[in-house]
Structure formats: C-alpha cells, structure tokens
Design a protein around this ligand. Structure first.
Ligand SMILES: *[C@@H]1O[C@H](CO)[C@@H](O)[C@H](O)[C@H]1NC(C)=O
Ligand SMILES: *[C@@H]1O[C@H](CO)[C@@H](O)[C@H](O)[C@H]1NC(C)=O
Ligand SMILES: *[C@@H]1O[C@H](CO)[C@@H](O)[C@H](O)[C@H]1NC(C)=O
Ligand SMILES: *[C@@H]1O[C@H](CO)[C@@H](O)[C@H](O)[C@H]1NC(C)=O
Length: 845
C-alpha cells in the first residue's frame, strides 16, 4: 500500500512556530506538502481515505502516527503540532548519470578536531589525478588519502572519504591506504587502476597501513574499483591489493583483472613491519568481488574470514589458503581453473566451510589433505560441481575424496564430528530452515549503495530545511533526527554526512527508512535516559514490536558518549516485509577506545565496577528478522586515539531472540562481560563466521568475576555462572569469564564457522596481560559455549583457543579442546567440524 501521509506527534510547539494550513475546502489536499510543524486545528481528513482507520484527535493524542491512519481533526480540543510529509511513495529509483555521493553536499566533519579538516576528497577535482590514463595518478591519489596529517595516533579523529570518479588511472607507485579511510569509485562508471609495469611485485593498492599492526587496521574500505595488472609481465608475482586488515573493514565490488596463465595474485595478506610478517590480521568479511585470470585470486592469511559472493574466472587457484583458522566461504563461483580452493597447506588451516557455491571447467573444487584430526577440517553445504570436476581431491595422492555435487539438504564433513569422532568425509542431512532460504540457498543481500537513485531522492540531515542537526559531538541532535526520520520514511534516503551525532533520547527508526553514512557516521548516546540498568533504553531503536517494513543501514556506527549502564545501543524490533528488507551492512557498535567518548578516559582504572559503559550492544528481539552483514561490536581493550588501556565492562554483546528468520553474515563481538553472543528462545537463525574475544580484564586476579560487576537477570536470558559453583570450579577465576556463546531454548539454527578466542586472562599486576596463558597451548578460560534445551542445531566448524571446555550442554561437558585438537598452528586449541543436535532427521545418509 502506498503511503499517503505520514505524521509524527510532537508533544509541544517548542521546535518551530506553528504554521496554520489554510485550505479552500475543509479537507487537507493529499498533495499538500507540509514541511514545518502545523497546528492541527487546520488539518482535515480527506474523505477519500475514510476507509482507513480514523483517530479523532479531539480525544487527545500522544502517539506517532502509522502512515495508514488518518487523523480527524475537525474539532480538536487538544492542539498538537506535527511534522507532516505530503504524499510520498519513495524513494524512486531512476537512471542517474552521476553518483549521488558526488553531487551531495559534502558537509561532513571530523567532529573531534578543532582545526579545519576536509573529509571528502575527490582525487580528480581536488587533487588533480589524471583519469585519462596517460600520466601517473598514484601521487595525486596518495595525496588525497594522506592530506591533513592523517597518520599515527588519533586516527579515528581524522576520517577521509576518498572518491575516485570514472576513468583510467595509471598507477606507477602503490596507492597507500591509511586506517579510517574509504577509497570509493563511482559505481555507475567504475574507475580502473592500471598497474604500470614498473610496479613489479608492489601491490597496486597497499591496503595495509603500516603505522598500525594488522590486527588494528580497522575502519577501512575499498569499493567500486577495477584493479588491472595486465601490463605487468606474466612471470612477475604482481599483486592487486595487499589487504592485511582486521574488523570493521569493507572490501566490496572490486574487480581484479589479471593476465591468464600468469603469476599474478589478486589479494595478498601480508603485514611486514621491521622485516617481520606479523600476520594478515583479524578480518570479518570480503563481499561481492570478482577475480579474473592470474595464479591466485585470494592468498588467504588471516585469523578468520567470511568470504561471500565472490566469483573467480580463469584464476589457476581461486583461493589459496596460506593460513586461516576459520574460513566461511559462501556463494562463490569458480570457472576455468585448476583448483577452486587449495588448502593443501592444511597444517595452517583450522576449518573451512564452503556453502551454496558452484564450480565448472576446473580440475577440482577443493584440494586438501586428510589430517586425521581437527586441522584442515572441511564442510561442504550445497556445492554444484560441473562435469569433469572433482569436488574434493586429496593432495596426498590426487585421489577423489568426494567426486560429485553436494545437494542442498546435505552436508559433507571431513573432520571431528562431536563427540571426537573423526570423519574422513561423510554425508549428513541438514534441515535448512525454510525461513532462511531464497530458492535452495541461504538468502544473501548485497550492500546497498543506492547508485540508481538520483541525489534528489536523498535528504542530507545537515542540509534539510526546517531542521537543525549538528553532528558535532556537542549538541543533542535527537529531536531533529527523530523528526527527520519520521518525515522521510517511505520518502527519501537519509544521508548522515561524516560526524558524531549525540543523542540524549532514543532514535526511533520507523518502517520505510534507508540510512547511509560516510566513513562510518556515528550516533552516540548521552545522558540520563540511559542510566537505569534495570530498565535499559535503546539508543537506536529500529522499529517497535509489531512494525513491519524496510529499514536499511549502511556505513553507520552506534556508540556511547559516556558510561551508560542503562543503554542498549542497538535494538531491532522491526520485522522485514520481505527477506532482507531490514538490513545492516558495514554498520558497527563501539564502546570506548576513541577520543570522542568519555569512556576513553574514564575506564582506565582496573576496577571495572565504575565502567559499566553499556548494558547490551545489540538486541535482536523476537519480533524482528534482520539481515546483518559485516558488523563488529567492539568493547575497546585499548584506545585507538592515544588514550590509556580500557577496562570496560559492557554487560552483554549480541542478544538474539529472533524467530522469523535472521542472518548474521560475518560478525564479531568482543570483550563483553556476560557473553559475546546469546541465542535465547531463538529460531531460524543463520550465522556465517562469528568471531569473539573474551574481555581482557577477566580472569586471574581480576577485581570482578563474571557476572560481576553486573548481576545476572535470567528474565533477559543472562547466564548465571552457576556452573562455576556446581562443577568443582568454585574459586576458579577462569570459570567466571564471559561465555563466547550461550544458546538456550532455541531451534532451527545453522552456524558455519565460530572463531572463539581468548588471549588475556591475568590482572594480577593491575593491568591486563597474557601472563596466565602466554601460549596458544595454554588454558586461559574454562568454558566457551553453554547450551540448554536446544534442538535442530547444525553447527559446523566450532573453533576455540585456550579454553578447556568447548561446549557445556544441559549441564554436561560434551566437547573439550583436548579431544578435538587443531587450529592455531596445530596446538591444543579445538576444532569441531560438525556439532549436530536433535535434528529430528536421520543424520546419516
Ligand atoms: C491552533 O489554531 C486554532 C484555530 O485557529 C487556534 O485557536 C489555536 O490557538 C492554535 N494553537 C496554537 C498553539 O497556536
Ligand atoms: C506520552 O507518552 C509517554 C510515553 O509513553 C508518557 O511518558 C507521557 O506521560 C505521555 N504524555 C501524555 C500527555 O499522556
Ligand atoms: C471527525 O470528527 C467529527 C467531530 O467529532 C465527526 O463529526 C466526524 O464524523 C468525524 N469524521 C470522520 C470521517 O470520522
Ligand atoms: C530484569 O529484566 C527485567 C525485564 O527487562 C526488568 O524488568 C527487571 O527490572 C530486570 N531486573 C534487574 C534487577 O535488572
């Protein structure tokens, strides 16, 4: 149903002087545009709409109005002012010739800097890059990236959006990325970076910022660029992109074009600092890129990754796994190759899942060894194998470990089936919940860029007439943002230019909202509305229970400006009107660690009882059905902007109670007190690659034993840690540490890849250290997963590091690391390839 009028009630006339609307008839013409608050005494109902529910405002009004409800104000006795938006059935796509971002007002700011600083940089018009391809453009592009003294400490304060118009750019020296930078091409006319032959083995784009460790290369993005290495000789190990980065990075819609039968590599992941390669980072997601030609598409070297929607055509090897603990590969296509995935270096491979993928005109889908233990575990869930292709080939003797396709509804598992039952390749049935599927595949969605919408279809919150929004990390923008979102629902796409938008009230995001930021535009809660831990309030509330519709978020970050023990940072209630209509892409949650928030300085002492900085990071409630891709919920362990170490006790990570279908594709939650993930009364949830870390301040000698400094509240599904008292673990401070995942009373769950890590557990010196567990072989924590009353669970590739018990199920330890060795350089850490539970279907085929 098209939306004809939408209103939101304001309880007073405080904002702007009321504007009486006079019409010739007694009814408000539907086409009238009312952009300012109006005195409802003058608004009348259109008879044409009388079939819709009518509210008589003469009875008084204190609600926000569903757009399908009509107001009858013929005899108001309670004047109320409204922001009204006339008929709008939008936003409407078109065929713009210019990307809206190029035309939008570039009025974003670096909110915590005092001097002048430019966020938006056009490499051609601002920095003179030659986009004709005749002369070197790398110098100009590098100037665009680095201008404004952007290197070194305090990097979150200096964000840069570097825009690359269409054209051909000759690259004679590597383009050097810095953290907190987006390098974004015009998606309507994708620019091509053509490597000059003089580049040799230097990457066309050096995506690793060597002023940071690879594990702190955060908040960096590259999109809509073709990287072409065809001018470099085929025998040279040319590299398109070196991407040794970590969480909250975004690599999307990049095309790697390499010569056939060459030594070229699309993506490497090396972080060479002072001559040492310190490892490729701790990544989350690479999505919707393509690789043409070359020796290798992606040379994977990282702690974990979700690779999604990638196509490989003519790469000798699509993905060469140098090293990964958890690899979740979803929706990949391989054509014209030797191997799709080569993980024959299986000593360095924990576990890989290959999901909803296909291969044709290749030698083999996966080339690998059978290790006989957790190392090199492989799970295949729906793999379409073309004729003449071997699905899985042994690197030992070239024999077929699996010859043909794996149909949707089956999984092929090589690795430990719980309990400690190694399979060298066995087929299991899987109950793929219908609510999660699109055709025979798990539903996926590409990150929206709105490139098919003209700039007129956007409202820039800082330029919208009639509203005053600052985004300066000073003013409270909540009333104005709420009014804007209400006015633009089902009408415009809401653009938040770079800034930190402080809000003292909950931001309510109504159905019909599309929200997009810059290099992550921040909404940050502040004030007494978020103080009560017994009645937490959302900072950003996506729909109310019962709301159904569209709410899309891209490139946003939600945070707390102060220690707010009564804040749920992001609450999602809205149900999707169709799969994926409620979605989050490259949208993150952060508590502390940056100069813009008081948490950065107030949470330095080791005593975390004063630093309950947020109640819950993310609450996906039972009425909601979101699609979430690339989300990092980070409670900071250190400051990115030169502040002290952070001892922050955020209560909870992600509480997932959705039943109607929810997808988490590449997510990470870290350093929260009670748990990182909690599936509570949840149903129909797909999780692809989830990564966690235990809070650094928990463990030996910590002044707080979980749930302290919080109290468990079982009515919101909190774990009680009663297992620590009853299991003989009493007094064991390694037991009173946050769970990586709790699952209770849940069913129809599919999980492909859990990377549950713990590194620090010793506070005896008053600051966190790894003294209690210096090596990957050591034990730093007692329990990873606690589960009760859960059925129809299909959990593939569950990995833990430095944890005694991998799973406690209904009070019993059902999986231990010591029985499932693998991962983390072959040491004690545990790998379970298949933990399948009460599926209600016969497991064995
Ligand atoms: C709204 O309009 C009515 C009718 O013109 C008038 O009596 C009333 O005072 C107005 N209310 C406000 C708050 O201006
Ligand atoms: C309006 O609703 C809010 C929230 O439910 C409530 O706190 C407030 O008292 C109500 N105001 C009136 C005038 O009814
Ligand atoms: C609007 O309210 C007036 C006064 O209460 C009433 O007479 C009229 O019937 C109402 N109109 C509609 C369409 O309900
Ligand atoms: C426990 O959670 C319930 C439900 O949100 C809430 O009403 C109650 O106040 C909470 N109790 C405490 C002690 O936080």
């Amino acid at each position: 149903m098209s939306v004809l009028l939408s209103f939101i009630a304001l309880l007073s006339f405080a904002a702007a002087a009321p504007q009486a609307v006079k019409t010739s008839s007694s009814f408000l013409p539907l086409s009238s545009s009312l952009t300012n608050p109006v005195n409802l005494s003058s608004i009348y109902v259109d008879q044409i709409q009388a079939q819709k529910p009518i509210i008589d405002i003469a009875q008084g009004l204190n609600i926000s109005i569903n757009p399908d409800i009509i107001l009858n104000s013929t005899s108001p006795t309670h004047p109320v002012s409204f922001i009204a938006q006339a008929s709008c059935n939008g936003p409407q796509p078109g065929s713009p010739s210019t990307f809206w971002r190029e035309q939008a007002a570039h009025n974003g700011i670096a909110a915590t800097l005092s001097g002048s600083f430019t966020v938006w940089r056009n490499v051609v018009s601002d920095f003179g890059a030659d986009n004709s391809g005749s002369s070197d453009a790398s110098g100009a592009i590098n100037n665009a990236i680095s201008s404004g003294s952007r290197k070194g400490n305090g990097f979150t304060t200096r964000p840069a959006y570097v825009y690359v118009p269409g054209g051909t750019y000759k690259i004679s020296n590597s383009v050097n990325m810095l953290v907190n930078t987006f390098l974004v091409g015009d998606p309507l006319n994708m620019p091509t970076f053509v490597a000059d032959s003089s580049l040799g083995t230097n990457p066309v784009i050096q995506g690793f910022d060597s002023t940071q460790q690879s594990t702190t290369n955060f908040y960096t993005g590259i999109r809509n660029i073709k990287i072409q290495t065809t001018s470099i000789s085929t025998g040279t190990k040319a590299v398109g992109l070196n991407w040794a980065v970590s969480q909250a990075c975004s690599l999307f819609n990049v095309v790697f074009s390499m010569p056939d039968y060459s030594s070229h590599i699309g993506i490497t992941m090396t972080a060479v600092v002072n001559g040492n390669n310190e490892g490729g980072g701790s990544g989350t997601l690479i999505s919707d890129c393509s690789f043409i030609g070359g020796a290798i598409g992606i040379q994977l070297s990282n702690q974990q990754y979700n690779l999604k929607g990638l196509s490989f055509n003519g790469c000798s090897t699509g993905i060469y796994v140098d090293h990964v603990f958890v690899g979740t590969f979803q929706g990949l296509t391989f054509q014209n190759c030797n191997y799709g995935v080569d993980m024959s270096n299986s000593y360095n491979v924990g576990a890989v899942s290959l999901i909803d993928s296909s291969i044709s005109s290749c030698n083999a889908g996966v080339y690998t060894a059978v290790t006989g233990n957790g190392e090199g575990s492989l799970v295949i869930d729906n793999f379409n194998v073309g004729s003449g292709v071997t699905a899985v080939k042994s690197s030992k003797d070239g024999s077929a470990l699996l010859s043909g396709s794996v149909a949707a509804g089956s999984t092929w598992v090589m690795g430990n089936e719980n309990p400690q039952n190694f399979q060298s390749g066995k087929m299991y049935q899987i109950n793929r919940p219908a609510a999660l599927l699109s055709g025979d595949k798990y539903y996926t969605k590409q990150q929206p860029q709105y490139e098919n919408y003209d700039v007129s279809q956007f409202v820039n919150v800082k330029s919208a007439s009639g509203y005053t929004v600052y985004g300066d990390n000073q003013h409270d923008d909540s009333d104005a943002i709420n009014a804007l979102l209400a006015a633009n629902a089902n009408c415009k796409i809401t653009y938040f230019p770079q800034g930190i938008y402080k809000v003292a009230k909950t931001i309510y995001v109504p159905p019909g909202s599309r929200i997009v930021g810059d290099v992550l535009s921040v909404i940050s809660g502040i004030g007494s509305n978020f103080y009560n831990p017994n009645n937490p309030q959302p900072i950003v509330q996506v729909g109310r229970p019962g709301d159904v519709g569209v709410a899309e978020f891209t490139d946003m970050l939600f945070s707390v400006a102060d220690v707010l023990q009564g804040a749920t940072i992001l609450e999602v209630n809205m149900a999707a009107s169709s799969p994926g209509s409620v979605s989050f892409h490259n949208t993150h949650v952060r508590v502390g660690g940056t100069a813009d928030t008081k948490v950065n300085t107030n949470c330095a002492p080791a005593d975390t009882s004063d630093c309950k900085a947020a109640h819950t990071m993310l609450h996906i409630t039972s009425s909601s059905s979101p699609y979430i891709e690339n989300m990092w919920g980070w409670t900071a362990d250190h400051s990115l902007d030169g502040g002290p170490n952070q001892n922050i006790a955020t209560g909870r990570g992600a509480l997932i109670e959705s039943t109607k279908g929810a997808w988490l594709v590449g997510t990470a939650f870290e350093h929260n007190t009670l748990y990182q993930y909690n599936l509570n009364n949840a149903q129909n949830v797909y999780i692809g690659m989830q990564q966690t870390e235990t809070a650094y301040w928990q463990g030996i000698g910590s002044p707080e034993q979980a749930p302290s400094p919080w109290a468990s509240n079982t009515s919101i599904g909190d774990p009680t840690f009663s297992n620590c008292a009853s299991s003989g673990d009493s007094g064991n401070s390694q037991c009173y540490m946050g769970f990586h995942q709790q699952i209770s009373s849940s069913s129809n769950l599919v999980i492909h890849g859990s990377a549950f890590w713990v590194f620090f557990n010793d506070m005896t010196d008053g600051s966190y250290s790894n003294a209690g567990c210096p090596n990957h072989n050591n034990i730093c924590q007692e329990n990873a997963v606690i589960m009760t009353d859960t059925t129809s669970l299909f959990w593939y590739n569950l990995l833990t590091k430095s944890t005694t018990n991998m799973v406690r199920d209904n009070g019993v330890v059902t999986a231990m690391q010591v029985n499932n060795p693998g991962g983390w350089e072959g040491s004690v850490p545990g790998v379970i390839a298949a933990y399948l539970k009460d599926s209600g279907i016969a497991n064995e085929q």
